[in-house]
Design a protein around this ligand. Sequence first.
Ligand code: C2E
Ligand code: MG
Ligand code: MG
Length: 781
Amino acid sequence: MFFRKKDFLSELSPDEQDLIRFEQVAVAYKQAFASIFLLFLGALITLFLFYKTPTVKWVGIWFTLIIISLIWRLWVLREYRTHLKNESTKRWEKRFYTVMITSALLWGWISFFIFQTANPLHQFFLIFLISGIASIASGTLASLFGLSIIFLTLLLTPLFIVMFFHGGFEFQMMGVLVITFFILLVSAARRIHTNIMSALISKIFHQKATQALELSEEHFQTIFKEAPAGIFYYNLDLVVIDSNTEMMQILRIDRDRMIGLDLNKLTDSCLDKALNLPFNGEKGYYEGTYTTMIQKLHLWITLRTSPMYGSNREIIGGVAIVTDITERVVAEEKVKHQAYYDYLTDIPNRVLLKDRIEQSLAHYRRHQSIIAVMFLDLDNFKSINDSLGHHIGDMILIETASRLSSICREGDTVSRLGGDEFVILLGELGDDPHIAATHAEIVAEKIHAVLSIPFEADQLEPITTSTSIGIALVGSEDQNADDLLKFADTAMYQAKKEGRNTTRFYQEQMDQWIKKRLFMENALRNAVKNNELELYYQPVIEIGTKKIIGAEALLRWNHPELGLVMPDDMISIAEESGLIVPIGEWVLREACTQFVRWRADRLGKSHIERIAVNVSAVQFRQSDFVDKVIRIVAESGIVPSMLELELTESMIIDKIDTVIEKMNRLRTAGIALSMDDFGTGYSSLAYLKRLPFTTLKIDRSFVRDIMLDKDDAALVETILSIASIFNLDVIAEGVETIEQFNFLENHGCAYFQGYLCSKPVQVPTFEELLSYDVQSCHTRK
Ligand code: C2E
Ligand code: MG
Ligand code: MG
């Protein structure tokens, strides 16, 4: 115990050790007061006992000294009480030692009076008095252990000497008893001292712990109040108990709303998991968007939750720390956006473009889905910029970006590399390079058309520009984005060299493309001679009666090596080579003849009333086109009103007056005219009024998404109402599902064509279709 105390003492700082000493001295002073009266009484009785003895003189001196010493003690004790702070502990301790040592010497002295009296009772009283004082002192002085040993030694040594040397064995034994008594008292004093010290050390430790607790509470309060994060705690019912100011600022609510807030009722449930995890003793974390319940703020936050424990380590709720990272996220998004988007036009920049090309190339490597990179350069941009100023230049670039974006599909990427250079990435063009190239060429045509529309600038004449376009299609799996950009760039320079406002493919591809075209052209020339062309027919159904009431003739080419060639692969070649003129004539004649035959045969219960024939723009532009048609009609014997020529929007845009004149002549001859692929071009409401069409054919691209895309559905509805205003028939193309059919029926569309009834088929199959009970045409599918 004693050694442990030492251990503890060594753990204490010098200040704390001083404090212990101070307490020890304080205990001693306190105890010293209580014994004064007893000592006075003892001294008085002693004086009384020796009153009639010859030693009274010495006893009187002794008594006087005792009284002085007691007064002195009283004075010192009073001083201690009143002026404690003025003196150091050491000084007080020293004074106390002096007082006590004096007292011990004086009381030790009375042992020499013992044998001055013959009365054994008096002797006994003195021994009893000395023993009593020794016993009390061993207790009262125990806080200063050293002093208690000195006191007892000084008090008991005279008694021992007097006993031991008085003579006689009995007195010697009593002397030994005095020593034994001394040892007992010292050990008792030591025990009491140890207890006092333990109590004092515990007190210091307790004080230290309390201080540390107070400090940590203070620290926690500082953190809670000053932390640059929102902090709140909640109980097991998910009700907020307390929150710091920062938290309320994040949520922009006041204390009244925050305290007692029921977290079960948060409108945004994204925090639920993180808030509940602490109840299982786990930590929770959430990072993401959060919409606040009261102010409806859209924030980005991080939320960390931990369990909150009660005094028995049981979970009593959770603590949540919230950081509002909205500004940081917005800044990061902005930086990200700036890294990937062009600052002027806000379309993807070179970095994002390359990334998208690489992604598309990866897709190409897996699925063989061809991509095209189109490099565009505005032809006269530099001179516009120099002559009209940068702000006009910027305006044109912004407008160009927006026009390009408007004609591209959602999956395509329109980007700006810098200056007046734009690159368009066309993805997923299928696995046939020929079709992919055709598609890219069509897009290029659209680009030329859309960029040739003059740019309107404030208070200036409209500005016209044109573009040179270079196209590169991916040709092999080892090509990368840089290769494709380089090829497209090279092709663009080629286009510039060959005259502006043109499109060029990258040379290697051009070679292949041209070779293939030449081959196809030659083959097509022979096709007419060799009777390789054939007409397929697709039924036109009246929606109200579900009867086949007509057919569209669609061209097919049975090539001995290539197999069945579709119109998309041959019409453009036929048009460019001029072969479309004889081919078109053949188609018209063939279709009319076939129709007349069917009318004569009156197959089954059916009775078809019209035959539609597609007419190419090149064909239509021929000056003798109308005459030829009228001649073929006459020769075939078809009733003119049963023939319907399908024209496309592209052929009616230029030379509108000639077009109208030709159309009127055809109408005068009784021939019906339909506008094919209505909705895909730029025309045409304005023209629609002036052009003598009898029918509109809604392009199948609108019908396809009629059930999925609200815009397409609305467009089809609009076309149907316009048609009814202009008193035109409407045929919906590409109807494949019963839902599309129902939609059209509900919206008053009169006719449709599509796989729901039948694909374009050869003559015998078509005749079979006619001989069916056509009532069930669409229900067969
Ligand atoms: P078009 O005049 O719009 O003909 C309709 C096209 O849609 C046909 O393609 C037909 O097979 C297809 N089609 C019909 N119903 C559906 C359907 O439900 N789903 C889908 N996915 N497709 C459907 P085709 O026969 O390949 O003809 C393509 C285009 O070639 C025609 O479009 C027309 O513009 C042109 N064409 C065809 N024959 C001739 C012709 O003799 N002369 C001229 N100048 N052009 C022709
Ligand atoms: Mg057509
Ligand atoms: Mg069409």
